[in-house]
Design a protein around this ligand. Structure first.
Ligand code: HEC
Length: 150
């Protein structure tokens, strides 16, 4: 095989691998979420996640109202996102921890939450019925596995 064919073949394979391994953007968090989601918990220090500070936003407005007033369980389709930050004024984003309420029956023992861990570009790092998340949030069954007090 000529050198040119080799270069073409290797580039083709590398390019294919690269495309396949590019993490997917989360379907639950639109790029312009800040204009659509409502702030439900202002910036505070936390423990349990990798970052030390977070603020929480919810979508749609009805879910934000339910979260605010503690009407559990939240409706199917509710999305709760916790921005992860490294500083007390929540000005240095490290990524996102997200909970999306699926249909009844999705994961009944864990309040039917779909969990996601996203990077700062909202690309998925971990996704689905994540035991690492639900095992700790199971302490909060009285509030639909939501752990952030008002
Ligand atoms: C070791 C315990 C622990 C683990 C593991 C954990 N969390 Fe949390 N999470 C908490 C606590 C505690 C809070 C509430 C923090 C506060 O406001 O005081 C919280 C809050 C949240 C919130 C805000 C909504 C709410 O009220 O609960 C989201 C969203 C969230 N976590 C997602 C995740 C995801 C996604 C994972 C897995 C990648 C995860 N968590 C893993 C303890 C944990």
């Amino acid at each position: 095989m000529s050198a040119r064919v080799w270069v073409w073949a290797v580039s083709f394979i590398l390019c294919g691998c690269f495309q396949d391994s590019t993490p997917k953007h989360s379907d639950y968090l639109p790029l312009d979420y800040q204009s659509k989601f409502r702030l439900v918990r202002t910036c505070r220090q936390i423990s349990g996640h990798e970052s030390n500070y977070q603020q929480v936003l919810a979508w749609p407005v009805s879910a934000a109202d339910e979260y605010f007033t503690g009407q559990y369980p939240l409706d199917e389709g509710s999305v709760i996102v916790a921005e992860q930050h490294g500083d007390p004024s929540c000005g240095s984003l490290n990524g996102y921890y997200l909970m999306a309420k699926e249909k009844v029956g999705y994961d009944p023992t864990n309040a039917n939450w779909h969990w996601q861990k996203l990077d700062i570009n909202q690309r998925i790092e971990e996704d689905g019925k994540l035991a690492t998340c639900s095992s700790c949030h199971a302490k909060c069954t009285a509030s639909d596995d939501l752990c952030a007090p008002p």
